[in-house]
Each structure stands twice: as C-alpha cells, then as structure tokens.
Design a protein around this ligand. Structure first.
Ligand code: GAL
Length: 704
C-alpha cells in the first residue's frame, strides 16, 4: 500500500457528514433530485456515497451503459461542494446477469442454489462474476478518474457470507493443498481425522462443511472460515485492480459490518486480514439504542468496544463511520426511535473513539421495498421541518465547530485481545456450558460469551476514562503497559513467545480461565494447560468446572497482598482448577471440593507480571481489580476526577492539542469533577473547570 494513501485523501480536511444516497431509485422524480441538493446543504452535509446498488441503473442490459444520470449527480454534487464516495456495485447485480450466467448465484451450505434476488447473493469464485465486476469497475474508474467530486472508493457493500458451489469446492481444495504442502497426511493430522473414521485418502473427498455432511471436525471448520476470508479478499482484490491502476491516488475502503451478524466477524471473514488491503477502515454501526434488555450505558460500552476494534485495525488510524441511522433501524425486533439527544451523543461517541465521519444510511427514505421505513435524513414528507432533520443538521453544525479534531489520534496504554479466529474456535468447541445456543447455517453454536467477556473487561477501563485498543493476538504488544487477554483459548504459533517477551520486558498480562488450550488447528496442547502460557503465568490448569445459572462460588482474597480489593467476590459460570507453580496465590475458592485452591494468581516474570483469573468474575471484581492495575501501573485516565457511573471520557490528540469528549450515557443528570485543569468547551466557547453538569445524554467536547 502506498504510504500517502494510508490517511484520508489529502483533499479532505473536514469531518465527512452525509451518507448513502440512492438517486438511482429516483430517476423518475427529477424535482426530488433537485430538492435533495437544497436539503443536503441545509442539513450541513458535505459527502454522499452513491452507486452502492446502482448496477441495473448503469448497465440495464448487458453492455448497454447509461452513466448519464450518474454524470449529472456527480456534477451536481461538485457544483454544491459535496464530496462523493463512489461505490462499485458488486453488492447486488442486475437480473439479466443471473439469468444468463447462473454460475454467479451463490450456493448455500445445504448445497441448494439460490435464486436471483435480495443482495450479497453471489459466488466469490465465479470467473464470470469476477470478470463482470472488473469490467464495470474499470468503466467507472475511467469515467470518473478526474472528477473533482470523487474522494474515495467504496468497494462493494458489507462483504459477507459464503458460497458452496462446485467452483468454491475446487478453490477450497486448492487452498488446502497449498496450505498443507500438497501433503494429505499433514491435513489429516491437523484435522485429527482419526476421529469417527474421518481419515481422508484423496483431496477429492474434501467438501466444505455442511449440515448434510461434515460439521464436527473443528480444524476443518476453521480452515473453511479462513478460506472464506481469503476468497472474499481475493474477490475484492480483483475488484480494485482497475481502480488502483486508473486512480492510484484515490483511497479505497469497504464498509465492514459492526455488530451484525455478530460483528461481521463470525461468518464471513477475519477483518484483521481484510484491513491490510484497504486504505481506510470504515464500518456500519447499528446499535439498538433504548432497548429494554440492557442499560444505555452497557450498550454504549459495547459500541465503544466495536469502535475501538475498527480504530485498532490499522494501528490507530482514524476510521469512518460509513453508515448509522439518524433515527430508527427498521430491522430490530422493536424499532425504537432515537430519543432526542441520542443522535448527537452517539455521533460524538464515534468521533471520540477515532471516527472522522458521521455518514448515514440513508439520505432519503425510498417509496417501496423492505427499507422504506428505515430511518433516514429526509422522510416521506420530503421537507426539512422534522425532528430528525433538525438533529442531523445540528450534528453537521457541531462537526464544523470541531473541524480541527479531524485527523487527530487516540493513544492507549492498554490493549484488550479480542481475536476473530479465537472466537470461531471458542464458538465451535463443545464443552463448558451451552450459553446462547444458536444456529448459523451448518453450525450449531454454543456461544460461551467470549465477546461479552472481553467487553466486560473493557468496561472497567471505559468507566475510568482510560483509553484501550482492541487488538488481535498477532498485534504488537510492546507499546502497551497492560495487555488483557480473556479466554485466550487458541494460541497461534509465536504468540506465546511474544507474550513472554512482552512480560519479560516489564509488561503486565492478565489472562483468564479457558486460555492456552488449543493451537491454530484447534488441537489441544499436550503436557498441561495453559499450554504455551504455562511458563509466563506460572500455573497449571488441571480441570474446569461449569456452574448452572443459579450456582455461584467466591474468590476469597483474605490476607492477600492486594489492598483496595474486597475480601470476597462472587464468581459464576466457570471455575478453573489450577495449581500455582511459580505463581503467587492472591485469592482462593471459597466453596466446593476445590475450596482453598488458587483462584487468582500473579507470576513475576522478567521485569513484568502475569495475572491469571481462574473464574468468571463480575463487574465488582473487574472494576476493583483493573482499577488497581490502572493505579499501580500509572496508566493515564483522561480526566483526573472520578467519573460517575454511565459517564466516560475519551481523548483524541494531535501535536498541538488534547480534545476530551465527556459523555453521559444515562437518563439522569450527572456532575463531573474536572479537577484544576481549565478547559474550553468547544461548542459554547466557555471556559470550564472544577465541576460541570451534564444533562441526560449530554456530551461536552473540551479542549485543554
Ligand atoms: C446495512 C446495509 C445498508 C442498509 C442498512 C440498513 O447493513 O449496508 O445497505 O441495508 O444496513 O440498516
């Protein structure tokens, strides 16, 4: 990747505000297209994303191109100082293509071929589909390469899913041959095929996982998911070939999925690998604000966690929020309106975590089809006098006032490891407890709340206004003071060496139960868990007990050297039965036949320390324990004073300034103590110090 492409296009030094604009649906309504431009300016929008699903409007019949409408939109945008992020249309294709070339249609894991319809319904391997997407992208690049409106490419839309057609089966076998050096014995060993007589004697016997066939060989499932990642990236690389050649200076992004399905990380692909191939990371954020199953504050923590994943994907480079809704999301179970104030607050939350845009799905509600009731900036009433329109305009105003923050970064001394392959493997493992059992195609997934466990650890830092990166296990640990690796079940090659080195050099590691269990093929480590982490943690984990929902145990810290912690904390779900080898025991279990066995340990290793939390702890323990580490390690909080529950503070900075976002994710007014530092409120211009009051869903952006 060119270095100069690694930041947003140099043409852009403003926060982008606007979003998905689908004029292709409105070509019979020229007066509406004209009105759109007036309204965009009123709403303080400076950017649109177009052509995402425009293929049948630019190529209604094979080889018959009708770009004129797109030319007009591009020209109208530039005439009104509105930037364009231009999409390649591969997310959905015209019906003529599926009819003429059925190989482009996706085959599901039950081996049924899809009919034409919906979207994201194509085979990633099909040479025809690759040729067609290459050709249309080349035409787009040639036509708009010098267009002043064009600032970025939006490649396809939310790449996801998998295809099981014959072409993909062949590609999978070839991928495996390459991975296993053409040696079937190596594959048989990695997949442990002695199990249930699954030994393979010919590559042709290999099929992708299916509910009708193989689904219990975990190494096989993992390799399939890795193949799907690689094949999706390969398809994308083919899409960008003409774009890179014709417009080498226009950055490229693709919109990753945030939390659906399961952060887009489960089925689909490993976004860490994909991120290497894009210039700018972008994602689509659709939280269910104001739901009745979690507090606003808890949901906000989860959203922050996902923002921090996307920021960390490219080492902290600012990312884009490519889609979010200004109002309701029409596909949630209950389509709740965003309450007044939440739109500004959630937008600022994105910025606080490193986003350089607030872009919406979508600009204007369509008249028909499944998204006609999805929140949009312009409603069916077609005018500016709506609550949502006013709130969007306000966000646009605020972004202008905050312009100097654009491009600044967020630094962290703490990292939480949340690893996609580890997630795949944990979800597939048949053990522990069946929590949130779900079906996903051929998979029956026993989720063990891995993501939630990582988020709960993360929350302790959010509460204190401490910035944390969310990284995978291949990232560089050396820049952090503290690395927290909950449930690090899979440990890929060299990871343990890197962890050891990190701790030896003075770093602090926290890991937990269900860590160091399998290698990269999901084969259990022999010789005692936590496998390659045994030396650094100084413990041996012999067995894990699972607890029923109504069962609890306790970690007793009586007489331990950890001051500031309570004497006892409740633990649930999992209790790892461990033996301290070189580690010091800080806490023991209270109950059951393993009473008095270690439940919390620390091992001095080189200049650093490795903590092992043997059981699933609750919020009280996490807050106290991580607060202690924050203090001991001198980790910086954004604000000196203690933050009230539900309020966080996050900071971005550049060489000249520090920008602090204080956000109240509760329904009550809160007082926040700022200490002696004097800040300027960037929205009101007022000088602030000592104590501030924040309304329900209030947000303040302070400059030190
Ligand atoms: C996204 C998708 C958009 C739109 C939106 C609705 O996942 O990229 O095209 O469908 O959801 O929430």
């Amino acid at each position: 990747m060119n270095k100069e492409l690694s930041v947003l296009n140099s043409k852009i030094n403003v926060f982008l505000h606007g979003g998905d604009y689908n004029p292709d649906q409105w070509l019979n309504y020229p007066e509406i297209l004209k009105e759109d431009v007036r309204l965009m300016k009123l709403a303080n929008c400076n950017c649109v994303t177009i052509n995402i699903f425009g293929w049948s409007a630019i190529e209604p019949e094979e080889g018959n191109y009708t770009f004129e409408w797109l030319d007009k939109i591009m020209n109208d945008m530039v005439a009104n100082n509105i930037h364009v992020i231009l999409a390649t249309p591969s997310g959905a294709r015209p019906a003529w293509m599926s009819e003429k070339y059925p190989e482009v249609l996706r085959v599901s894991s039950d081996r049924g071929k899809n009919l034409h319809g919906q979207r994201h319904n194509h085979c990633f391997t099909s040479p025809v589909y690759r040729k067609k997407t290459y050709e249309i992208n080349k035409l787009l690049a040639e036509r708009y390469k010098d267009h002043p409106a064009l600032i970025m490419w939006h490649i396809s839309n939310e790449y996801s899913g998998e295809c099981h057609c014959e072409l993909c089966q062949e590609a999978f076998r070839n991928w495996l041959k390459k991975k296993y050096d053409n040696n079937l014995d190596k594959l048989n060993e990695a997949w442990w095929t002695g199990f249930w007589s699954h030994k393979l004697t010919n590559w042709s016997q290999i099929e992708s996982p299916s509910e009708k066939g193989e689904k219990f060989v975990h190494g096989h499932n993992l390799d399939w998911q890795r193949f799907v990642t690689d094949q999706t990236i390969d398809f994308y690389k083919n899409e960008i070939l003409p774009i890179r050649t014709i417009t080498p200076n226009i950055p490229v992004t693709t919109n990753f999925m945030g939390s659906y399905p399961h952060m887009g990380l489960y089925i689909g692909f490993d976004c860490w690998k994909f991120a290497e191939e894009v210039d700018v990371v972008s994602w689509d954020s659709y939280p269910a604000w104001h739901n009745n199953f979690e507090s606003t504050y808890d949901l906000a923590v989860n959203v922050s966690f996902v923002h921090d994943i996307y920021r960390s994907l490219k080492g902290g480079q600012p990312f884009l929020i490519m889609e979010n809704t200004p109002s309701l999301v029409n596909w949630q179970d209950v389509n709740k309106l965003k309450r007044p104030g939440m739109h500004l607050l959630s937008s600022m939350q994105g910025l606080a975590h490193g986003a350089d845009s607030i872009l919406y799905f979508q600009w204007r509600k369509g008249r028909g089809a499944s998204e006609k009731f999805h929140g949009a900036v312009v409603d069916h009433s077609g005018q500016e006098n709506t609550r949502v329109f006013r709130e969007v305009s306000e966000v646009g105003e605020v972004l202008k006032k905050l312009q100097e923050i654009q491009g600044s970064i967020k630094e962290s001394e703490v990292a939480i490891i949340y690893d996609v392959e580890n997630r795949w493997a944990i979800d597939d493992a048949q053990c522990l407890k069946k929590e949130n059992k779900e079906h996903e195609g051929y998979r029956q997934v026993d989720r063990k709340r891995y993501e939630e466990t990582c988020q709960k650890a993360y929350k302790a830092f959010w509460n204190r206004g401490v910035s944390a990166d969310v990284i995978n296990m291949d990232c560089d640990f050396s820049k952090y003071k503290l690395v927290v690796a909950p449930m690090l079940y899979m440990v890929r090659p060299k990871v343990a060496d890197r962890i050891n080195e990190f701790v030896k050099q003075g770093g602090t590691l926290v890991t937990t139960y269900f860590s160091g269990i399998v290698d990269e093929n999901d084969l259990c480590f022999l010789g005692g868990f936590p496998g390659p982490l045994r030396e650094v943690t100084g413990i041996w984990a012999e067995e894990i007990d699972s607890l029923y929902e109504n069962e609890v145990n306790y970690i007793e810290l009586k007489g331990s050297k950890i001051d500031s912690l309570k004497e006892s904390y409740e633990v649930k779900d999992y209790c790892d039965l461990i033996h301290a080898e070189t580690a010091e025991v800080l806490g023991v279990y209270k109950n059951d036949f393993y009473a008095n066995m270690p439940a919390l340990t620390v091992n001095n290793y080189g200049k650093g320390k490795a903590y092992y939390i043997a059981a699933r702890t609750g919020e009280d323990f996490n807050n106290d324990f991580y607060s202690k580490l924050i203090d001991d390690l001198n980790i910086k909080s954004v604000i000196d004073g203690k933050l009230p529950k539900g309020v966080t503070a996050q900071m971005r900075s550049n060489k000249d300034n520090k920008y602090i976002f204080v956000m109240n994710f509760t329904e009550e007014e809160k007082k926040i103590s700022l200490g002696e530092t004097i800040y300027i409120d960037m929205l009101s211009g007022e000088a602030l110090s000592k104590e501030i009051h924040m309304d329900k869903y209030g947000v303040k952006i302070l400059k030190e």
